[in-house]
Design a protein around this ligand. Structure first.
Ligand code: AGP
Length: 608
């Protein structure tokens, strides 16, 4: 949720701190701050709102120092004010934090009774005071170990200590953290993108690890204080990954990257001759097929899983359960034997999804857990038994687009792979479906080359307060996703519904002011969808129709028709992604919202 950065260099670090915060702003953007240590005193600057407010402040009154920390915040405890913005400081410790300290109340009460003065409403503020108190009583390393042992909840921490200008401190439990090094400095950050262009090598910090960086190297410890030895590895991202590449928004850039992402996925997982290989999920190749599949995720990733349920059940004939992670983890699910867990996540750091994985591994270690994830260094990717990487490249727009399409593509391949292993799909059909996916990449390019029809469709939303999305079969979850995309970035209320369920309630909403997006490709029960369309049309709705056959569009008398090329059972949803995403994007641009950083949201939800 929040982004943290720390830097210790042989030069002034203010610009580097700001650059890293800029690349991490998608993690949270309701306030930001930096603190630098120079000549034995802390200098700090904080600003509510976007990072640009802090940048303006620092342009007027720059700070200086070779060591510093910075933070971009997504508020959990306390409003997004200057006082609550990080860094938080005691007399000799300055600290930034991502996560939630669950026992902060108890710690605050105890520290207050011992004379500490708190100024913010945050949970974080207990940390510098607690560390300060421990440092007064014992050796520094013992102080850190003792402080961490007292904390409940989740944290990624970067800290500097007034008397030690040559050490940058860090600790992790539950929230992502890595360190990096170059010839000129050492860094600690919430994600690799923050370090793009700054370092050559990184080291991922595991839960319950902590330590310090100096210009000479790293000291890494486990919770008991035992030194940990780990190799450095090359930084996995480049500085240009964090650029907009000439597009006005990251979201539009990422929508346009989808044909390349699809091709990358097919190149990576499909061998010559049509063999599908998942190198980092060897159990899929070696063990008997599961008798049951459970798929768990949040938000957009959950929608991708819902579409895959149709595919997997149709071909594998095994029960497939799909649930939202925050529900699954608290509902005492019956897991059973021979169950494959599939956890899906763009970031791989979503707290609820991670917890489901951990719970599953603890309760049924005999079962396998597969992660479908875009960040191979993430906690989810590393803790699962196998990984199918989404290969979408860094996704910075808060509204997920290319990672969703990548999930669908990978899930289509997983279905085809399992269907072949189960002996239920003839080779001929398999190669036809693979060819269909190949064709979808070129078809997407065609759709992206001319987006004027989507722009016209967006005009239907100029004077409305909400919208309804309808679909059936694998396109029903796409209706959910289309509605979520619109909600997230345009702030219009939108609901996705199974087209056949619409007359059981939501039909009451329909009048001439309600745009209804009807997803009606040939593949999925077209005639039934068309009769649902007539039902809403009869009540005067403004229909925006997404079709793949021109005749469906001609006969429908819709306000707008958005045409996608005809796909097959697996490739059709991939093609439908494009108009759904573009429509939300165009509506948001028309309404003038902050497309890449919509209000109240953050890219990666690392707290419960
Ligand atoms: C997508 O547009 C959303 N921002 C959100 O629903 C997201 O998909 C969800 O938070 C899950 O994230 P994850 O895929 O990184 O786990």
């Amino acid at each position: 949720m929040c982004g943290i950065i720390g830097a210790l260099c042989d030069h002034d670090v203010q610009d580097e701190l700001l650059g890293s915060l800029r690349r991490m702003e998608y993690r949270g953007y309701d306030s930001a701050g930096v603190c630098m240590l120079n000549g034995g005193s802390f200098q700090q600057a904080k600003a509510p709102g976007k990072l640009s407010n802090l940048e303006r402040k620092l342009a007027d009154r720059p700070l200086s120092g070779r060591i510093g920390i910075g933070h971009t915040r997504w508020a959990t405890h306390g409003e997004p004010t200057i006082i609550n913005a990080h860094p938080h400081i005691s007399s000799s410790v300055a600290l930034v934090h991502n996560g939630i300290i669950e026992n902060h109340h108890e710690l605050r009460t105890r520290l207050s009774a011992q004379g500490c003065t708190f100024v913010s409403q945050t949970d974080t503020e207990v940390l510098p005071h607690l560390l300060e108190q421990k440092i007064r009583q014992q050796e520094l390393l013992d102080a850190w170990r003792e402080m961490l042992a007292e904390l409940e909840g989740a944290y990624a921490i970067a800290a500097i200590i007034r008397s030690l200008p040559g050490s940058l401190w860090f600790a992790r439990k539950g929230s992502p953290l890595l360190v990096g090094r170059s010839a000129h400095g050492v860094y600690v950050a919430s994600d690799a993108l923050a370090l793009a262009g700054l370092v050559d090598e990184v080291m991922y910090i595991d839960d319950h690890e902590w330590g310090r960086l100096t210009l000479e190297g790293i000291e890494l410890y486990d919770l008991s204080g035992k030194p940990v030895d780990r190799e450095w590895e090359p930084l996995p991202v480049a500085a240009h990954d964090a650029e907009k590449g000439g597009f006005p928004h990251y979201m539009l850039k990422e929508i346009h990257e989808q044909p390349a992402v699809l091709r990358r996925i097919l190149r990576q997982y499909v061998r010559e001759g049509g063999e599908i290989m998942f190198e980092h999920a060897s159990f899929l190749h070696e063990k008997p097929l599961p008798k049951r599949i459970v798929m768990v995720a949040c938000g957009t990733s959950y929608h991708a899983a819902l579409t895959a349920r149709y595919w997997l059940e149709r071909y594998l004939k095994v029960p497939v359960e799909v649930d939202i992670a925050s529900e699954y983890r608290y509902r005492d699910p019956v897991i059973g034997q021979s169950t494959l867990l599939v956890v899906l996540s763009q970031s791989g750091e979503t707290a609820d999804t991670l917890e489901v994985l951990r719970m599953f591994k603890q309760h049924t270690p005999e079962n396998d857990a597969l992660a479908l994830c875009n960040v191979p260094s993430s906690s989810l990717a590393r803790e699962a038994d196998g990984l199918i990487e989404l290969l979408a490249g860094p996704e910075i727009g808060v509204a997920s687009t290319k990672a969703y399409m990548a999930q669908l593509a990978v899930l289509a391949l997983l279905t085809l792979f399992m269907a072949r292993r189960a002996g239920v799909m003839p080779e001929g059909s398999l190669s036809e479906h693979l060819a269909g996916l190949e064709r979808a990449a070129a078809a997407m390019e065609g759709l992206l080359a001319d987006t004027s029809a989507v722009r016209r469709a967006a005009e239907q939303f100029a004077d409305v307060r909400g919208a309804l999305y309808l679909g059936r079969g694998p396109c029903y979850p796409m209706a959910l996703e289309g509605a979520l995309k619109l909600k997230e970035i345009s702030y219009l209320h939108a609901e996705g519904y199974a087209a056949g369920e619409m007359k059981h309630g939501p039909i009451a909403l329909i009048d001439g002011q309600l745009p209804v997006v009807v997803i009606a490709p040939r593949q999925y029960h077209l005639e039934k969808v068309i009769s649902n369309l007539h039902e809403v049309q009869a009540r005067g709705a403004r229909i925006i129709l997404i079709v793949d056959m021109p005749e469906t569009g001609r006969s429908a008398n819709a306000a707008c028709v958005l045409r996608v090329p005809e796909g097959d059972y697996f490739s059709t949803p991939l093609l439908v992604c494009i108009p759904l995403q573009l429509l939300a994007y165009e509506v948001a641009c028309m309404l003038g919202t902050d497309v890449d950083q919509p209000r109240n949201l953050a890219k990666s939800v690392t707290v419960e």
